[in-house]
Design a protein around this ligand. Sequence first.
Ligand code: NAI
Length: 270
Amino acid sequence: MAYNLLQGKKGIIFGALNDKSIAWKVAQRAHEEGAQFVLTNAPLAMRMGEINKLAEECGAQVIPADATSVEDLQNLFTQAQEILGGKIDFVLHSIGMSPNVRKGKTYGDLNYEWFLKTLDISALSFHKVMQVAEKQDAMNEWGSILALSYIAAQRSFPDYSDMAQAKAMLESIARSYGQRFGKLKKVRVNTISQSPTKTTAGTGVGGFDAFFDYADKMSPLGNASAEDCANYCITLFSDLTRLVTMQNLLHDGGFSSVGISEDIVTQMSK
Ligand code: NAI
């Protein structure tokens, strides 16, 4: 159901790789809610061309940008404002990648070049996006900037490896830049800490199916789906959440507040 929550708003959505991506669902919901936006992803990720289907469905243009490249981001923000005919109201950073995870390195045998790449792609890019937006004065007042995080920023999950440090840094950047952007332009900056979700990035983490099921059994409401996450993102882009900023917002069906659940006890007693 649509509520016109984003009528007249202009945005940039990073990270729609395929129809499993959280960013894909956010784009579909943002379109339903009346937003206009551009879609962007790393040039390499566009080889499959899937993003063009989404662009057509949403009447959006696609601008390639590697989120680690300040030059690409400058071009993206300039072009997005030209295409959309004004400043930006919302930005979704839905980007994560660890070469160490992808190549199956254990936490005791990390490649440090790759570790830096993990941090650059998955965390520092969030700062780069905001610094470019600030320097171009690209954000409208009361705009909203959002990135996606995971509870491994606070608790250890062995297979999440160096992505845990990337998420801790991402959440820290949201706080620091949130303070700055709030003062400068009344722009809010938050992260959503999302349940395990069956996407390309999610299922790339070792043991994903086990911790997906574990989290589902621990959470009184069950795991939050990508569609649920998209709904939450829409509320944070809307004018209904204008004073929410510098927060890491848990969107996890209750997982983070549970010690143990009956479902897990039953399973362990078998
Ligand atoms: P996904 O694989 O569909 O999306 C990840 C995106 O990052 C892809 O579109 C990829 O092309 C993009 N990307 C990678 N390197 C890039 C670069 N250099 N420049 C620009 N884009 C780049 O997976 P998903 O799950 O939708 O991931 C979105 C976000 O949600 C990520 O931050 C992820 O860590 C986060 N998240 C995912 C969870 C899950 O279980 N799937 C749980 C909690 C958070």
